[in-house]
Design a protein around this ligand. Sequence first.
Ligand SMILES: Nc1ncnc2c1ncn2[C@@H]1O[C@H](COP(=O)(O)OP(=O)(O)OP(=O)(O)O)[C@@H](O)[C@H]1O
Ligand SMILES: [Mg+2]
Length: 696
Amino acid sequence: MRRVSGSPPGSHEKFLGLEEFVDERERLVGELERRVKSAEKLALSHSLDHKILCRISRRQPSALSLSEHEIVFEIETSTYLKSPVNVGDYLAAVNCANLQLVLLEIVSVQRADILSIVGREAPITVAPPDPSGLATPVLVAARPLTAFDYDERSGGFKEVPRPVVLPLEPQSPIFRPKPELVAKLLGLPDEGVVVGCLLTSSLLPLAEIPVKIPLKAFLQHVLIVGSTGSGKTTFIKNMVAALVAGKDYRVESGMKPTPVIFDATGEYVQLVLPPPKWERPDLDLEEEERIREGIYAGIEPPNEIVVLLPITKEELEKILNCIREAARGITGGELARKVAEKLAKDYVDEVLLKLLGENIERLEVEKVDTVEMEESTVRILETSLKIRISSREICVRVVPLALEFARAKRDLHELSPDFSTQARHFLPRIIRVLEEDIIGREFRSLEEFAASVDEKRNVLMNRYKIHRGTLDNISRCTWALVDTGIFDVSIPAGEVSISIGEPSDYGALLSSAKGIPVVVDLHRVSDAEYIIVHRLLRQIFRWKYDAYERREPTHQVIIIIDEAHRYFPSAGFGERDSLELLARQLTTIARLGRMRGLSLVFSTHLPDDVHRVILQLSNTKIAFRSEPQYLERVGIPPEYRERLANAPDRVAIIRSHIFRSHYAPVKTTPPLVGHYDLSAITLMRTSARGGSGGGS
Ligand SMILES: Nc1ncnc2c1ncn2[C@@H]1O[C@H](COP(=O)(O)OP(=O)(O)OP(=O)(O)O)[C@@H](O)[C@H]1O
Ligand SMILES: [Mg+2]
């Protein structure tokens, strides 16, 4: 006999009769039955294969405590053999108690022969094999991760991930959840740039679950690390292709972001090319194709690209000489246009056409922009080339780039890490006194300025009290800058000079490239790459800063710096405190840039090689295969370190506040766009040529 539940304790206790007890029991069982049925119905409607896989074990208690989070269930051998469950896989259950939908992660799978369960005989001999002994249920343990509450009104679930605070009732149905349900339960961002498919904690791909980085998260900057060949560049290229395709994020119309890539190796212009065949012996092609179809459907190489191409004085001279030889008598604007064409065509030939061989159907110059400047100078602005490859029309806009003393003099002291602290301090003043007081006019070139520093050395020392050592440093560093050949690229050609400079308006250039990748191809100017990266970074930042001050809306610009250690090293670099200066500048750009829609993505092989501020500034870190100690440096938790240290190519862990669990293992496919090893191809061609030469 039991007290009627709900009646107050004390003298008025009323006891149930047997019949009432049976009735109540029946009611309870009826209610339980209803809940089990509802749970089953819900499970079936959210199951990937419309099947219940198994139920929470009746044989073991199901307990949840603050320290223990494991539940156990058994799967029929036949079901298991048809479709095994793996450690790390996600399953889901509907709790019969409250109809909560619970996401489960498998933590262990146990197989036991019948002998280990019922074997009572003393182990005197080895038991002979008996396949029927294997017909035992598979014992699985799983960890409840998060849950959706049942919504009585809609008869579905409230799609807000909640912690699991009740044990799953024994007999609750377990099923394989639909991929989109897993994504929602895990709280993965539902919009953003697709960067790969989700992996289980055992690093098995879930080909239909995209991992997206919201555009907003890029504003808190990203660091990518991974040893050589682990897949950083492939990852970036695939990410840029997804960014340009823009189908997984929302953005105000006409405000698609521009990815700007600083490219030390000349690989990124290949973005517009078709991808290479995926044919490495270690590839599971079926799996890679499933990922491509699952998350990258419709993503193609971009049809347009802007290349900012640094041109040195020497190179312009070479081109000019070639043209003069080929077409004597051409002068003025016509000559400048020819130079512009040749410069663009030679470049496209080197970095694209050579890779494709016969596949090019057509190459033509669509447009050449030049402008007449003062003092009979013609400036080359941009050349658009149209290329047709396998019936795709691609536009490559080549924008030649050089620096001008007149425009860069304000920042000159920041363009070389070798200026001493004193030199950096005095340089703007020295330029001013030389131009205004001593020479009386503005310098036309960096070379003129360098020569003037040497020539007026005594005046600067005696009248302006500039220290000898400071002048020595300024002279040495300025001449080194001159030697890069990237300043004041202007060459007389008959009645005009042909010149190359900086874009007159970076904002206008980048605004003309919304949703179009901009590549700063540095592979031919290794002496000047540092200067160019810092100058451009600063100029883009300035445009953003000024527009913000004027309250003009600008579109998001995502600056990607592959091989970032070349430009933001951690040590062994320049004058004593130039690293600190660099760090301060970068911090300003990163902090203020955030509000103004400027994002930075750094990629490097070792986190220790880039300046430590980069680690601090990047809220999202993406780690590919690396030594465990480097993974620790970027905050990858111990349980992932060992696995990631031995992970295959293109597998990474993303550590970011954008994920509820702070981590997401991802994998991207082999390149979705052109990705060819320029040096290997050049080598191949050279050796092929060498071979035939030897035979003739
Ligand atoms: N066409 C292809 N098919 C299949 N796999 C490819 C293809 N091209 C490259 N890969 C694979 O992608 C891997 C990653 O190459 P990727 O250039 O992205 O590496 P990385 O991390 O940028 O290296 P590095 O530090 O040398 O620049 C390579 O090791 C290679 O195995
Ligand atoms: Mg690379």
